[in-house]
Design a protein around this ligand. Structure first.
Ligand code: HPA
Ligand code: ZN
Length: 339
């Protein structure tokens, strides 16, 4: 495939995105526009100046840039505009279904009401179905570097909006904040009928123990990142047997660790694991979901069949009902056959 053919194929391929933080889709241009609308003065005056401050080489240094940028998100319109801008880009990336993370504690801790956040996001979700043909769902993420009580209170605050949320996740700084810290919160969320996923970030202290615990003890419905599972072949077998998806983010990995971790993704895929490709925080890492397909394919000489398998995995690892999954998988096969 020429690089043009590869890009056209990767962009056109119908796919689901399962690991994208809406706050991580806040592009500098929108950040400036929202700052102006809300009368907030920013230190930087141009997009280039702003991008020049986006300097990070690990998760902690990334998060130090990511959270302050959210100060411009104040009204329900702001959250609507944020999600809508992402959804339009997702459409151009061939996304048919998306399960989007949002971080309510990053807003309620600044005095923005939970209701404001979710009402705005919900408006974009409803419009996306009607105007973009994307079915979008929201996944509430708890910040793991805040106390457990705060996560439990956030879950309780979310319950009146239960029908607008498909599941819960766990993000932010994993160091000293393993999944076990949130066992009670996640068990409660499951009892409320929510799906469960958790970040098991790359190369953390105790990564393999965390992955084992979320798979075997908590029994999550998906794992975000999680490629350190290759350290334990027996656990990889258990993962494959369970059909649980891994939401991998090659471009993001290349910013916060020494590599894309592509070799691990390709190896896991070959062993039958439900590896999916996703963008994580595309406004900061410079690649939306189709770019992640392109980058992995270029580096590992992946062909169309492998990219199509990744797209099929994205639907099979989603939380859509089985008949919707089957319909989307058929769409992938039709797209490939028509090439
Ligand atoms: N890991 C942890 N927290 C995050 C991430 C991530 O990849 N992106 C946004 N918050
Ligand atoms: Zn993430």
């Amino acid at each position: 495939m020429t690089s043009d053919d590869l890009a056209a194929f990767a962009y056109g391929l119908p796919k689901a995105e399962l690991h994208v933080h809406l706050e991580g889709t806040l592009e500098p241009e929108l950040r400036f526009a929202l700052a102006e609308r809300n009368g907030i003065e920013l230190a930087e005056k141009t997009v280039d100046e702003m991008r020049a401050t986006y300097v990070f080489d690990d998760l902690t240094s990334f998060l130090a840039v990511y959270y302050p940028a959210m100060a411009v998100l104040v009204t329900a319109d702001d959250f609507d505009d944020l999600a809508w801008a992402y959804l339009e880009r997702a459409r151009a990336n061939g996304v048919r279904h998306v399960e989007m993370f949002f971080d309510p504690q990053a807003h309620t801790s600044r005095g923005v009401a939970f209701d404001t956040v979710i009402q705005g996001l919900r408006r974009a979700v409803v419009r996306a179905e009607a105007e973009l043909g994307i079915d979008a769902a929201l996944v509430l993420c708890f910040l793991r570097d805040l106390p457990t009580d705060s996560a439990m209170a956030t879950l309780e605050e979310a319950l009146p909006y239960r029908d607008w949320i498909v599941g819960v996740g766990l993000d932010s700084d994993e160091r000293d904040n393993p999944p076990t810290k949130f066992e009670a919160v996640f068990r409660r969320a499951r009892a409320e009928g929510l799906r469960l996923t958790m970040h098991c970030d790359i190369d953390q202290v105790g990564s393999i123990d965390s992955i084992r615990w979320v798979l075997e003890e908590l029994r999550v419905d998906r794992i975000d990142h999680g490629t350190n599972i290759v350290e334990d072949p027996a656990l990889v077998e258990a993962l494959v047997g369970s059909g649980i998806g891994l939401t991998c983010c090659p471009v993001s990995n290349s910013f916060v660790t020494a590599s894309m971790k592509g070799a691990e993704m390709v190896d896991l895929l070959a062993r039958g694991a439900r590896v999916t490709l996703n963008s994580d925080d595309p406004a900061y890492f410079g690649g939306y979901v189709a770019d992640n397909y392109v980058r992995l394919a270029e580096q590992y000489a992946l062909g169309r069949d492998t990219l199509a398998q990744l797209a099929i995995n994205s639907f099979e690892a989603s939380w859509l009902p089985a008949e919707r999954v089957a319909a989307y998988v058929a769409e992938v096969r039709e797209f490939v056959a028509a090439q």
